[in-house]
Design a protein around this ligand. Sequence first.
Ligand code: ZN
Length: 159
Amino acid sequence: MTDVFTPEQRSAVMRRVRGRDTGPELRVRRFLREAGIGYRLGGCGLPGRPDLVMKGRRVVVFVHGCFWHGHDCRRGARKPTTNADYWSAKIERNRARDARNDEALSDRGWAVVTVWECALKSPWIGERLVDAVQGRQATALCGALSGSASSISPPDSTN
Ligand code: ZN
């Protein structure tokens, strides 16, 4: 089985997929806008260039593609059949970098909210996201969480 793209072309395609204004990120922005939460784009010079930055709240949001960031879910487990070593090394680097950025941001007092792409299929994602941002909960939202109340930690009641 041969790839229809050369490795260089494949990289270009993948880069475009990862670019700004992807579907998942637009959906996340819409949830926040609908809740009246303002945000800034472009990372504001912060580690890892978070997709959305809420300076006043000191909350950042990352929207992560499950494949690219090596999420522990079905979508993330999908492996390319060509150049498998290359991609798995790349994904491993992404994971390591994400972990470093997360730590650096937490150290500076930012609450890091990660929205995995697989979570966007869940009907509760908008509500959970808004809760996490408003409550400054450092959390990762993914599709493996059930929508039931037992798995949802209540937002911080201090505000
Ligand atoms: Zn996932």
